[in-house]
Design a binder for this molecule. Structure first.
Ligand SMILES: O=c1ccn([C@@H]2O[C@H](COP(=O)(O)OP(=O)(O)O)[C@@H](O)[C@H]2O)c(=O)[nH]1
Length: 327
């Protein structure tokens, strides 16, 4: 998907790049636009353009959502399925009706869409269970677990033990700033400087391009925070696979997450970070943390990050999906 300048596009483009360059797939490009502005004729021509490279017997991976709406995805699927013996894998990145209250009426349409596919790649088992409760019928479902975040880091240096908590989310940080009152632990944000943070232990690094971001996170150390102020997102974060989780891990930072996170077992088993029920709890834990405790987590992260930095989650999931289709 192109045309959106968002994390969703970055993630989709990353999957497409690995699939193209390392697994030999062909990309069917999709533009994110206002579908309602198309006449039926124009939409039809656009869909034909997307599937121009398709042949009988092909396997198609549909990265969903296209952000063009469930109706667009159904129409695209109609075109793809008109080809003889084509198999479709839907790779669910996000379930829009659970992220955005305005789209909640679309759930049935999305479930129907997934049910039209031969195999589903779901973000993780928690999301799979929730989708099943809502009517997902496809037998072949496999779980993505983590995003990749391909990057080359300086492996001669590791993240230092610093009493810093960095948050790189693109949403509002106002409540985080308002409630931050630690003198020992610094909050670091990728937004521009905000006046309400005056006199607080908060650093603003401003938006960073990817190559700067990963370098800075690694050089400055401390922890990466998963957090959101909005109730709908707090709920959604129990089920999704977060991109920034992998950004922190790729940089080599242990993470601070809620115990409700879908990746809890792995984070726990591989010692990738801390579970807290509030930001205050995170601050208290870091205030009392020893360097040895940090080092243990950092070592866990460095080991695990091999997978994320080198695209192995994407390669594994795409290969396993195709394998399962024919096995
Ligand atoms: O200064 C910044 C801040 C964020 N990001 C990127 O934006 C992502 C976070 O976006 P979002 O909060 O939408 O991701 P989510 O975790 O919700 O999937 C990070 O992982 C980074 O890849 C960036 O490149 N520069």
């Amino acid at each position: 998907m192109n045309g959106q300048a968002s994390t969703a596009q970055v993630a989709q483009n990353m999957v497409a790049k690995i699939a193209r360059e390392q697994l030999g797939f062909t990309e069917m490009g999709i533009y994110n636009y206002n579908v309602a502005s198309d006449s039926p004729d124009k939409l039809s021509g656009r869909l034909d353009g997307i599937i121009a490279g398709l042949s009988v017997d092909d396997v198609v991976i549909l990265q969903s959502p296209t952000w063009n709406g469930a109706r667009f995805e159904h129409l695209l699927l109609d075109r793809i399925k008109a080809y003889r013996n084509v198999k479709v894998i839907v790779f669910i990145h996000d379930v829009v009706p659970w992220m955005n209250a305005d789209a909640s009426g679309e759930l049935t349409n999305y479930i129907k869409l997934y049910n039209r596919c031969d195999l589903v790649i779901s973000p993780n088992q928690k999301m799979t269970n929730r989708l099943r409760e809502c009517g997902l019928m496809v037998t072949k479902v496999i779980n993505q677990e983590f995003w990749d975040h391909p990057v080359a880091v300086d492996s001669t240096k590791v993240a230092p033990f610093a009493k810093r908590v960095t948050f790189i989310g693109l949403g509002s940080t106002k409540p985080l700033i308002e409630n931050w009152d630690s003198e020992q632990v610094k909050l670091v944000l990728t937004t521009d400087k905000q006046p309400m943070a005056a006199d607080k232990n908060i650093e603003f690094m401003g938006y960073q391009y990817d190559y700067n971001l990963l370098g800075r996170l690694r050089q400055q150390g401390g922890f990466g925070l998963l957090w959101n102020a909005l109730p709908i997102w707090r709920e959604y974060m129990q089920y999704n696979t977060s991109y920034k989780l992998s950004t922190y891990l790729a940089a080599g930072l242990p993470v601070i997450t809620s115990p409700n996170i879908a990746q809890r077992e792995v984070i726990e088993a591989k010692k990738l970070g801390l579970f807290v029920n509030s930001v205050d709890e995170a601050v208290r834990q870091i205030e009392n943390m020893t360097s040895a405790e940090y080092q243990e987590m950092r070592a866990g992260v460095e080991e695990f990050a091999h997978l994320i930095r080198n695209g192995y989650f994407t390669k594994r999931i795409l290969t396993e999906a195709i394998f399962n289709l024919f096995y």
